[in-house]
Design a protein around this ligand. Structure first.
Ligand SMILES: Cc1ncc(COP(=O)(O)O)c(C=O)c1O
Ligand SMILES: N[C@@H](CCOP(=O)(O)O)C(=O)O
Length: 460
């Protein structure tokens, strides 16, 4: 299995190389040269299996020779053993044809744990073999950062620096990043928004001297391993509702487009998915793009679903690459145009995107109303991101079962949940002292060179 860049000029890599490399050297994102498929019988045989066993069957074709089967199975088992639910990703029925996929039973209470816990295991195995040390630099709107810190805290051969937008993550998210005591984790509060943080991380990858000097690695969804691990729960949930014998649809609260792109990969692998619905909050660039064919940046407006406050949606590049029949030069040109405000997608590529993705948006009022009505009518207390999902999904309910992804636990966003319902969602007991733990963070300006200096000084 080889991996190629969405911009067409970086070297082809193996799975292990792509995982450890992060961003391609031409600025693109790695994708598999060919997407492997699973037969109807292979998918049918997943019925009744443990989540871990489905994970092995789904991911094995992508990893080449990186791990033996036995090694890979034990990494998967280790990744999910700390989850607070035996099913790992349980399905809850909301209405006759509407289901909620709870992805918040991992250690940091968001769907990021599914990929980050496994990436943590895979990185440790690969670094153990090579004897190397690395510096992970990540950007977060709240959840990737806490999941990454949890997965890598205390490791002697990994330093983790997380850039988050100061004042724009929830207090629980911030404390999850700032209270771990291990000296290898560093929370950097940036004066800017998530897009600024993500752009600086990509700039660090494009600064080849810095990249070599600190042995830079990425755990954002830049990293193909992140997307791959998220493909699994599309299979586990669809199979539990009768796939491959019947179709299912998914609605996915979307920001950086990694999660819904994982759903698209599941479909390419042979899972019978009817609709893949992109659900955005008021920062609705993806919905507007799918409505108009023009990707046009506007400012980010802080919302009650802060993890989706994103305008430059990293994995949309992977979607464009396929929509343009894998023409890396065209993708590179469009990504250049994005720096100066946006680009128009060609008619053929736009049609391809429209055939693959449907979309909708939830305003702030609609999000709050969904939080309120789903607890009142369905007994399900939702986080604001999941509420965006169910609100949008309602427009697509029909005869095909719809699965909406619940991407975070309501207790990560207590202010928005309490405002909508009057209910204060409690944190699980293992983190009930989160608000008593001392915080450790560094305030930084939106200044790439200054942040690179901090990173170099800290790892020296
Ligand atoms: C809780 C939550 N929901 C939804 C999203 C959007 O997911 P993606 O960036 O993969 O589109 C994020 C951030 O990634 C998130 O943290
Ligand atoms: N919402 C994310 C943003 C980063 O997304 P990623 O999937 O590329 O890591 C977050 O919570 O940080």
């Amino acid at each position: 299995m080889r991996y190629i860049s969405t911009r067409g000029t970086a070297p082809e890599l193996t799975f292990e190389e792509a995982m450890m490399t992060g961003l391609a050297r031409d600025g693109g994102l790695y994708v598999p040269a060919d997407v492997p498929t699973l037969s109807h019988d292979e998918i049918a045989a997943m019925a009744g299996l443990r989540y871990e066993d489905i994970a092995f069957k789904v991911m094995r074709p992508f990893i080449g020779e990186t791990f033996t089967d036995e090694e890979f199975k034990s990494l998967i088992d280790a990744a999910y053993k700390g989850f607070g639910h035996d099913a790992r990703a349980p399905l809850v029925q909301l209405a006759p044809n509407h289901f909620l996929l709870e992805l918040f039973h991992g250690p940091t209470l968001a769907f990021k744990d599914f990929a980050m816990q496994l990436i943590g295991q895979m990185f440790q195995a690969a670094l153990g073999r090579s004897g190397k040390s690395i510096t992970i630099v990540g950007a977060t709107s709240g959840d990737t950062g806490s999941a990454a810190i949890e997965a890598f805290r205390g490791l002697s051969n990994v330093n983790v620096f997380i850039l988050y937008p100061h004042g724009r993550v929830s207090e629980v998210q911030r404390r999850q990043m700032t209270t771990p005591v291990e000296s290898n984790v560093h929370a950097l509060a940036v004066d800017g928004d998530f897009d600024d943080c993500q752009a600086m991380v990509k700039d660090m990858f494009n600064d080849f001297d810095f990249r070599e000097e600190v042995a830079l690695a990425g755990v954002n969804s830049i990293n193909w391993g992140r997307v791959l691990a998220q493909v699994v729960y599309y299979f586990s949930s669809a199979v539990s509702l009768g796939a491959p014998h019947r179709e299912v649809s998914f609605t996915v609260p979307t920001g950086n487009f990694g999660d819904i792109f994982a759903g698209y990969i599941a479909k390419r692998m042979g899972l019978p998915i009817k609709d893949l619905v992109v659900a955005t909050n008021q920062n609705d660039i993806l919905h507007r793009t799918l409505e108009t064919g023009a990707y046009t940046k506007e400012g980010v407006t802080p919302s009650i679903s802060p993890s989706m406050d994103i305008q430059v949606s990293s994995n949309f590049e992977r979607a464009l690459f396929d929509a343009y029949d894998r023409d890396g030069a065209t993708v590179a040109t469009q990504m250049d145009d994005l720096k100066s405000g946006g680009f128009a997608i060609s008619q053929g590529a736009y049609q391809a995107l429209k055939e693959t993705y449907k979309s909708g948006r939830a305003s702030e009022a609609e999000t709050s109303a969904a939080i309120k009505s789903y607890v009142a009518d369905h007994g399900e207390l939702l986080c604001p991101h999941s509420a965006v999902g169910v609100h949008v999904a309602e427009d697509y309910l029909g005869t095909t079962p719809m699965i909406t992804l619940a991407t975070a636990h309501p207790a990560k966003f207590p202010a928005a949940v309490e405002e909508a319902t009057g209910i204060h969602p409690p944190l699980p007991s293992r983190m009930s002292d989160l608000f008593e733990r001392p915080e450790r963070l560094t305030r930084v300006a939106h200044d790439l060179t200054a942040i690179q200096t901090i990173i170099k000084d800290r790892i020296a």
